[in-house]
Ligand binder design. Sequence first.
Ligand SMILES: Cc1cc2nc3c(=O)[nH]c(=O)nc-3n(C[C@H](O)[C@H](O)[C@H](O)COP(=O)(O)OP(=O)(O)OC[C@H]3O[C@@H](n4cnc5c(N)ncnc54)[C@H](O)[C@@H]3O)c2cc1C
Ligand code: SF4
Ligand code: SF4
Ligand code: SF4
Length: 415
Amino acid sequence: MNEINLFNDKKDCCGCGACMNICPKSAITMEEDEYGFVYPKINTEQCVECGACKRVCGYQNVPEKHSAKAVYAAAAKNDSILKKSASGGAFAVLAEKLIDRGGIVYGAAMPYENGKLEPKHIRIDNKDDIVKLQGSKYVQSDTGFVFQQVRKDLQSGKSVMFSGTPCQIAGLKKFLNKDYDGLLLVEIICHGVPSKKLFQDFIESYGKQLGGTIEEFYFRDKSKGQGYLTRVSYRKNNSLNNKYSSSLSYMHFFSKSSILRLNCYSCPFASGKRIADIALGDFWGFHEEYPDYKESQGLSNGKGISCVIVNTEKGIGAIEECKDSFVLMDSEFEKAARHNDQLSKPSKYSPQRETVLDLYKSSGYKAVEKYYKKKFRKDIIKYRISGILPKGFKRKIKQLIGKKRNRNRVKLFRY
Ligand SMILES: Cc1cc2nc3c(=O)[nH]c(=O)nc-3n(C[C@H](O)[C@H](O)[C@H](O)COP(=O)(O)OP(=O)(O)OC[C@H]3O[C@@H](n4cnc5c(N)ncnc54)[C@H](O)[C@@H]3O)c2cc1C
Ligand code: SF4
Ligand code: SF4
Ligand code: SF4
């Protein structure tokens, strides 16, 4: 027999871990490459060449995708949910409802463990823990062996909501290999992911700049209004301090698609047809699409508006069940897609990617930081100004500059 080869080219693996979860001989481990991206590695001494890992790959054999059955602009009515969510809080509203019914929710958290922030998928069954999953973590979340846990929960008759990137959903679907009535799949609209290692090295380097240790990191903090501010909590001299920023190197390279996983540039899930029951993203451009809509009616890009794309009957049922907790407005796929590239095509490969990742490989994150400060001075100033301007003032400037230029400017900060 031939040795099993999971992929020939790195662009054919998203690192979802479905192959590791299915292997009956525990012969697969996820190993970091020179940039920190994880790929499966087979221990040939343990492998019995059953081929299960090949069959379970949802990235190379994409499961059936669906066209949208309904599209909404939505925001949680509960203000505290809205504040802690990156967008309109649609995820937390769905999660609350499921847990109220005795269900289990899986999603990406970022606990501080052994001196590091660990982006990883966790299982929760308590409403107090929803906050751990709220907020976007713009980095690859480690799924570990959660697919096995999901199967156990479903087999014992529990209702489960699994949320993650579309490629993680595809991996889980192939791993389960059957539909369960109790399973609700929720994908995020996805721009792509940097590696966990690069993120952790950035955090370490940023902590050193601040003279402390970072224990929490929020990619989009709303405590100073909806914007693109990051917030860290860092420990210095035994006290916890907050630091806000709108000009971090990591966020710049993420938004410019310069540090994404290789396969993200040809992602088969960045399209109008979706893999999960419900897809969640930001409803960018809402006020441009609905110029007569008044913020007093309940939806405001200033506070966060979710784009909710419902793709299956199960998804329709789930939204129906929690519609009282939402400000929900019927919309159209084209209106959302016009402002959200990842609903039609993958992120464009950045010519800077090689430079940034090679610097990282040869000289660590410090060198990446130095390169950013030297090369992107103008952008740094732009981000800083944008970060401190009041919302109303920014809107006025946008109106003055006109829609077209405004669209280009805003793109700088859309993830
Ligand atoms: C890497 C990444 C790229 C994204 N790119 C886009 C984009 O291009 N366009 C767009 O419209 N929206 C994008 N989003 C989604 C957007 O940022 C919001 O997460 C989404 O709108 C849901 O918002 P919410 O307010 O409903 O929930 P929130 O509370 O903000 O988000 C929580 C949900 O996001 C999931 N999640 C958070 N981080 C991760 C992660 N690293 N991996 C897997 N799941 C995660 C959680 O499991 C949970 O389901 C992206 C999110 C991530 C994590
Ligand atoms: S199952 Fe996932 S991790 Fe394994 S080869 Fe396929 S994409 Fe890569
Ligand atoms: S072929 Fe079978 S035993 Fe070998 S790594 Fe794949 S799943 Fe494991
Ligand atoms: S862009 Fe595609 S491949 Fe990359 S993390 Fe998102 S869903 Fe997965």
